[in-house]
Design a protein around this ligand. Structure first.
Ligand code: 6PG
Length: 244
């Protein structure tokens, strides 16, 4: 696993560099494989990145007609709910670019049963990647997955001590967030599919996360308690707006 860490002076500068990384990966993926499979992260940190991608030069450089957008996780709310990760990405990015609707692979958090929504998403993932070229898509389905980190070390909706951390076969599951975290039910990609991504980009903003990021990156035992420490894809980049 190759890990790179880049530290920037603030979230705006961080987001601009992250946009350049996404754009470069998109161009390389389309050149090599004919498409770009990108999984977006939720929370608040990536909002400025998404706004960057919706503006020049990225909006006209990224081949949106060959780009497929997925999500790393989603809250079990309607897509127009303010807590929806799709809602945030749609407002900041999707509503501002010309990307075919068929290229938007939304987790349907509004479904009555979170478990059925997760199963439906897994079917959509497997159908899409099975229809792609050769063995690349089966080995490295996502070219790039964006991830954030919570102060408890969670990433996507993989929370500490949750059984989902030991999932070995399913690519998407329903999880109940820890007590006090709202919305309670989520759909999340699992570690087996996250760890097969070609590249992972962690975006972390706020010095209050310094200690958890230090533990993830430097404490050999952190993966017992910090889910983000279990992300071990081949090529992991961290962009931070604080000194480690
Ligand atoms: C979510 C995210 C979650 C997020 C972290 C960081 O749905 O909330 O996927 O994993 O990335 O909680 O969130 P912030 O960017 O808001 O700090």
């Amino acid at each position: 696993m190759l890990v790179r860490i880049e530290q920037y002076k603030d979230l705006y500068v961080l987001s601009r560099h992250a946009a350049e990384y996404v754009c470069t990966t998109a161009l390389e993926s389309v050149e090599k494989y004919g498409y770009f499979a990108l999984a977006l992260s939720g929370g608040t940190t990536p909002g400025i990145l998404y706004e960057c991608l919706a503006r020049s030069p990225f909006s006209e450089t990224i081949p949106w007609n060959r780009t497929h957008l997925f999500w790393g996780d989603e809250r079990c709310v309607p897509p127009d709910h303010p807590d929806s990760n799709f809602f945030m990405a749609h407002r900041a990015l999707i509503s501002k670019i010309s990307i075919p609707n068929k290229n938007i692979h939304r987790m349907k958090g509004e479904m009555n049963s979170p478990g059925e929504a997760a199963e439906a998403y897994e079917q959509e993932l497997r159908h899409f990647f099975n229809s792609c070229d050769g063995d690349y898509s089966s080995v490295h389905p996502f070219h790039l997955i964006l991830l954030g980190v919570g102060r408890d070390g969670h990433t996507a909706s993989l929370f500490p001590y949750d059984d989902v951390l030991n999932e070995e076969t399913r690519w998407a599951v329903a999880v109940r967030a820890p007590q006090g975290v709202s919305p309670a039910w989520r759909i999340t990609l699992t570690l087996p599919v996250i760890n097969r991504a070609g590249r992972i980009l962690f975006l972390v903003s706020g010095s209050e996360k310094r200690e958890v990021v230090r533990a993830i990156l430097k404490d050999q035992k952190s993966e017992e308690t910090l889910p983000a420490a279990r992300v071990r894809a081949g090529n992991v980049m961290w962009v931070l707006d604080f000194e480690l």
